[in-house]
Design a binder for this molecule. Structure first.
Ligand code: 5GP
Length: 120
């Protein structure tokens, strides 16, 4: 089962404006900002504004509106950055095996370079 949401996680603090981030997009459902330790020429994190621990928690608990709003926001960020051609990658780590570090759902968006094989 998914752990309860921790209000003190670093992305919760970013959403509350308690620690700074480089914002690239924001709407009703989502907030997007640059990863502090980029793994590609472009590395953005897109997070829902509501509190979900992971993709698992989100897909199980979020309303249809939240899910639609968040997924549309991810697509919007990619289009806004002109990534659709030549392409980009989305990634969401869930839990221990995937090495999820921050317990607030985040979708990694990588682009601006060839991205190599899927599994690191
Ligand atoms: P995970 O391993 O949980 O999927 O990814 C966590 C990501 O958050 C990592 O890519 C890491 O560089 C990024 N990150 C961790 N702390 C901060 C922070 O304080 N600010 C920003 N912008 N990114 C962070």
């Amino acid at each position: 089962a998914t752990k309860p949401y921790d209000d003190d996680n670093i992305f919760a603090k970013i959403l509350r404006g308690e620690i700074p981030s480089t914002k690239v997009y924001e709407d009703e459902w989502a907030f997007a900002f640059e990863d502090i330790n980029p793994q590609a020429k472009l590395h953005i994190l897109v997070i829902p504004k509501a509190n979900y621990v992971s993709w698992d928690d989100f897909s199980a608990r979020a309303s249809d509106s939240e899910i639609a709003g968040f997924i549309r926001a991810v697509g919007h960020v990619a289009r806004e950055h002109d990534l659709v051609e030549p392409g980009y990658r989305l990634l969401a780590n869930v839990g221990h095996y995937a090495g999820q570090e921050v317990p607030h759902l985040h979708v990694h968006l990588f682009g601006r370079q060839p991205l190599g094989p899927m599994i690191a």
